[in-house]
Design a protein around this ligand. Sequence first.
Ligand code: GLU
Length: 445
Amino acid sequence: MSIRVRFAPSPTGFMHVGNAIIAIRNWMFARSQDGIFMLRLDDTDDERSEDKYEQGIYDDLKWLGLDWDEFAKQSDRNDRYDLAIDSLKKSGRLYPCYETAEELDMKRKIQLGQAKAPVYDRSALNLTKGDMEKLEASGRKPHWRFKLNDVAVKWCDLGRGDVCFEPGHLSDPVLIREDGRPLYTISSVVDDGELGISHVIRGEDHIANTAVQVELFMALGFDVPVFAHLPLLVGADGKGLSKRLGSLSLQDIRKSGVEPLALVAYLSHMGASIAADGTQSLSDMAAKFDIGAFGRASPRYDPSELNMLNIKVLHNKSFTEIKPQLEAIGLTGVTEEFWAAMHGNVEKLEDAKYWWQVCNGDIEIIVNNDDVEFLKIAAELLPCGDYDENTYGAWIYAVKQKTGRKGKGLFLPLRLALSGKNKGPELKYLLPLMGDKLAKSRLNS
Ligand code: GLU
């Protein structure tokens, strides 16, 4: 079987972590199986689809490093949907309905009041030709529903195991709107069927869609793809993310300084027994990817875990890799020694700017009154001239001998005065980067 998957976002908003995890898992699955990864834009809703969102999807996928082998856009494929619709009309599986949204809502309320499932009652099937003509003469336009077979729909889901929808639990889905436009339920099936999608990997919010789409695939004569429904992300607090997803856009995450590899590693390992360690490349991760390795529980999206992974990803970057990135944030002239001193200590690349200032410019240092004299002595003991990695050790020894201080009382005031922070890269590396003049002037100020 040739493996063909698709990521099918609607360009009605910017990509967020909830879309990204689906894109990543589809991409990883395709790459792990020598398959095809298709990007399909579900842009049938032209009121809500916008060019800026479409561009955002391209930009975000490229930023993540997820390249696509094939591309399709639903708005280019309307003729294909028309043909499918004609065939369903001919086979009697589509029927016109004339209820307004208010009438449908009323029906649902009555059903719920009677403790019945709010399933469409198919009353439109009882309309005579005359009834329909009258309704149309009064200005009503039909929407069209797909008549489900009254049979159980079953499939073996790669994310959820065996799934079964008993008959009578789902409404006949509307496939064509009053204005004649096809809805996602059918356009997606026509695309998946015609474009040979072998596996549909998507969020578990689509599970009821799948139940009706399985019947649609069959009614249209397509092979039914394999499905994998993935649990939706929740926040670190365990609560649903849907309302917060807007603030978890990839653009914002990117602006906050997260490395794409850290985000991909984080999202691709969520819910798996092995956590991401930040050392693997995209292709390493793809090679080890196993769609069956994820638990059924909703993975918790925790920005602090992502930040920890970001530190590791930055730590693993060589100077050659990082140099252009540092230059892009305005740090030109950065040396390999500087990055070697920094790389285990920066959570976000932007943090390197501060440490660049520590080594080369002005910073606000912290000096407690009780330490002024101590720091003066330390300044006097600091040698002049070029420093190397051993300078610090020898200096600290001398300061300790002279002042009698040790432990925190010895190290912390020096660190605060030299770097303005209570933690960061090791002073033995910072000191040579700072040089004698800067170090002495800070200790004396
Ligand atoms: N456009 C749909 C969505 O973004 C695609 C769902 C699917 O993968 O079929 O939810």
